[in-house]
Design a protein around this ligand. Structure first.
Ligand code: MG
Length: 337
């Protein structure tokens, strides 16, 4: 395992504070001939967004997941999907490199460029938000997603909508609202012509999410509610899903992500690939998945420079048409491991 810290190009504001760097946990596996495979752990630095965090992921990898893999047995670990996903990505990258193929080819990619959106955090003011969105639109992103929470929702979103009436605009609440908000802030957001409202209610509130799907004109996108293909099956049975934001780390890895992709495709559920504070290592996985046939919407696939002064890989760039090239991981350069 390799741990490093990358300076952020701009502060990352969450409900729990402002981060100026990204602490990253990576898994590297080496073959006898020197070939290597890398996997990035999506877990953040603190257990404030997910239960997993970098220290828990490192511990569960060191004590359980890696020893089980080396012993050739199932780890039998409950939870810790981001830790498991990092190990799976590293092993899979190595196996595919040894087999002379790429993740995109192996997974069934059908395009060589993918459509990229950008997610914008809580800003210091509505004016600052509008200025930040303008910067992103100038890059070429084809969809803008605003983070919202009670107290920062209708006014900033309406301001962005008024400034750019035609832009594909969505919001993401990270589950921050309650059932009663379906009559308040969520209903007001529903009138702003959004492409989707992501995770308006907490992950476990599937009954509430089903009600949101019924009551809102805007498609309801699930993020935290889908931790596995079984979760998507449940949501489908309840009518509690409009779109799916698929993050391989959240669901325990690429293999489970492919199962979710296949089910969504079979059931006609629009799907896109989400992201965390990803370096280029995770980006290579996300971009390969975004090239699959069932991915029908632009993903949260920002250019390297949106977050990092220097990425761990060659920079990932977004072209003026809002697309990014699908390419293999390539070399990984870790500063101060
Ligand atoms: Mg989300």
């Amino acid at each position: 395992m390799v741990r490093t810290r990358l300076a952020l190009a701009r502060p990352f504001v969450t409900a729990h504070g402002t981060e100026t760097s990204r602490e990253v946990l990576l898994v590297r596996v080496l073959a006898a001939d020197g070939a290597e495979g890398w996997g990035e752990c999506a877990a953040p630095a603190q257990p404030t967004y997910t239960g997993e965090w970098v220290d828990s992921a490192e511990a569960v990898l060191r004590r359980f997941l890696i020893p089980a893999l080396l012993a050739g047995r199932h780890p039998g670990v409950v939870g810790h999907p981001m830790a498991a996903a990092a190990l799976e990505a590293a092993v899979l990258h190595l196996r595919l490199a040894l087999a002379g193929t790429t993740l995109a080819t192996w997974a069934g990619a059908v395009r060589d460029r993918v459509s990229c959106g950008v997610a914008v955090g809580i800003a210091s003011s509505v004016d600052a938000l509008v200025a930040e969105v303008a910067e992103h639109l100038a890059v070429g992103y084809s969809r803008v997603k605003l983070k919202v929470r009670p107290g920062w929702d209708v006014e900033p979103t309406a301001a962005v909508r008024a400034t750019w009436p035609e832009v594909a605009l969505g919001v993401d609440a990270n589950g921050a609202y309650r059932h009663s908000d379906l009559d308040g802030a969520i209903a007001a957001l529903d009138r702003l012509g959004l492409v989707e409202i992501e995770q308006p209610l907490p992950a476990a509130d599937r009954v509430g999410l089903a009600e949101a799907v019924r009551r809102l004109r805007t498609p309801v996108c699930l993020d935290e509610s889908v931790g596995s293909v079984a979760d998507l099956e449940t949501a489908l049975a309840l009518g509690a899903v409009g779109h799916v934001n698929l993050k391989p780390g959240r669901v325990g890895g690429i293999v489970e992500a492919l199962r979710i992709h296949d089910l969504a495709r079979e059931r006609g559920v629009p799907l896109w690939i989400g992201g965390m504070l990803d370096t280029g290592v995770a980006k290579s996985v996300n971009v390969a998945l975004a090239a699959l046939p069932g991915v029908t919407l632009p993903g949260d696939l920002p250019a390297s420079r949106r977050w990092f002064i220097e990425d761990l890989t060659d920079p990932w760039e977004v072209a003026a048409d809002g697309t990014m090239a699908v390419r293999p991981l390539g070399g990984v350069h870790v500063p101060n491991p």
